[in-house]
Design a protein around this ligand. Structure first.
Ligand SMILES: *[C@@H]1O[C@H](CO)[C@@H](O)[C@H](O)[C@H]1NC(C)=O
Length: 373
């Protein structure tokens, strides 16, 4: 009896409290705190997660959290086209939601910039977005716009940079910032639209790098967290296998589905061409991150590969609104996946992810840095 208690105790100790060894948790608040440091790092390679004071986001409907709660009011009206910005996997800041911002707040309670709540979609179909397309009380420093391609990152920066400069509590010159960028789903599908010229591999890489270079030259003390692309084609088999999941009633005024959201999904040859381009986009992103790895003491780009096998996800990981956009379940899974990836050496980041419903959250330790791991 005593012996078994002692053994159990020892097992607990060795499982959870090995000095210097990291643990994983189901909830971020189960993770131990970091030991405070009495200085603010001067070198980007020394920045820990608790040094990050400001979050920013650039991207498309995924970063905007579009559609993640599905058909809320029956899904029959235009009013259902909502962006749940406060719950998106990267910069969502609603209470208790799993997101990179939520996890970071566990270590830096004064974090600024995360988005909150929800708002109506604004796709800026008549041209580049302007400041008028934003709702600063919801978006905060999440400059993502649904439907955006890499070319639109410039107009997103036209919002983000001035907004960050005047954001209450942000010391623009000194605070360490993490700007999350995920762009490319619409560039993939762009191949089969009238903007095909703006979504070639070369154009895509040019626009992404142009945005990163503008951040480097105008936003001091920044780490860009560049998140890769998944092959959107992977969800077609899943949605075709679950035809009732996104079905609308007779009263429908909207009718969205993967083929309407991404025209390249309408034929096999176009889908294959799209998959090829996506693989090349990801190679370019890794090259851009590498180029900026050691460029200065106050700026770096880190890359999180995102080659998810979408077919391995349950259909409930997608929105009932269109069987295309990630649901809350999927956003919370992405949050854990990309958080864990941030603390993994590049060489250990998986080439492909298959869904793991029990994925745990990595608990950072004092020695973990964000850059150069
Ligand atoms: C992707 O997931 C599906 C469903 O789990 C599986 O059948 C398929 O083998 C996976 N693909 C790869 C390349 O692992």
């Amino acid at each position: 009896m005593h012996l078994s208690i002692a053994i159990n105790f020892l097992l607990c100790v060795t499982t959870f409290f090995q000095p210097g060894n990291a643990m994983n948790a189901d909830r971020i608040n189960q993770c131990p705190s970091l030991s405070p440091r009495d200085y603010i790092p001067k070198d980007v390679k020394d920045v820990r997660i608790d040094d990050i004071k400001v979050f920013g986001g650039l991207g498309d409907s995924v970063m905007a959290g579009f559609g993640m709660m599905g058909k809320r009011n029956g899904g029959y009206s235009i009013k259902d086209l909502l962006e749940y910005r406060g719950k998106n996997y990267a910069i969502g800041g609603d209470p208790a939601v799993n997101s990179l911002a939520g996890f970071t707040r566990r270590y830096q309670p004064l974090l600024k910039g995360y988005s909150t709540g929800q708002r109506f979609i604004d796709r800026c179909l008549d041209g580049p977005c302007t400041i008028k397309n934003y709702r600063p009380q919801v978006d905060h420093l999440n400059a993502a716009i649904s439907g955006a391609i890499a070319k639109d990152l410039q107009s997103q920066l036209d919002y983000l940079i001035p907004e960050m400069k005047q954001f209450p509590g942000v010391e623009f010159e000194n605070d360490w910032k993490l700007i999350n960028i995920q762009i490319g789903s619409n560039d993939q599908c762009g191949l089969c639209t009238p903007h095909a010229d703006d979504t070639t591999v070369e154009a895509y890489a040019y626009y992404v790098e142009e945005a990163i270079e503008r951040i480097r030259s105008t936003v001091p003390n920044t780490i860009v967290n560049l998140i890769g692309n998944w092959h959107v084609s992977g969800l077609l088999a899943l949605s075709d296998a679950n035809p009732s999941y996104c079905k609308f009633g007779n009263k429908k005024t909207i009718n969205l589905n993967p083929r309407s959201e991404c025209p390249c999904l309408q034929s096999k040859s176009e889908t294959e061409a799209m998959d090829l381009i996506t693989t090349k986009f990801n190679i370019k992103l890794a090259e851009i991150a590498k180029k900026y790895e050691a460029k200065s003491d106050s700026f770096a780009v880190v890359f999180q590969p995102a080659n998810l096998n979408l077919t391995s996800l349950p259909i409930s990981a997608f929105s009932t609104l269109d069987c295309f956009h990630p649901s809350l379940l999927c956003h919370e899974y992405f949050a854990k996946l990309f958080w864990n990836s941030m603390f993994m050496p590049n060489s250990q980041k998986p080439d492909q992810y298959n869904y793991d419903k029990d994925l745990k959250i990595y608990c950072p330790i004092d020695d973990d840095r964000i850059v150069g791991v």
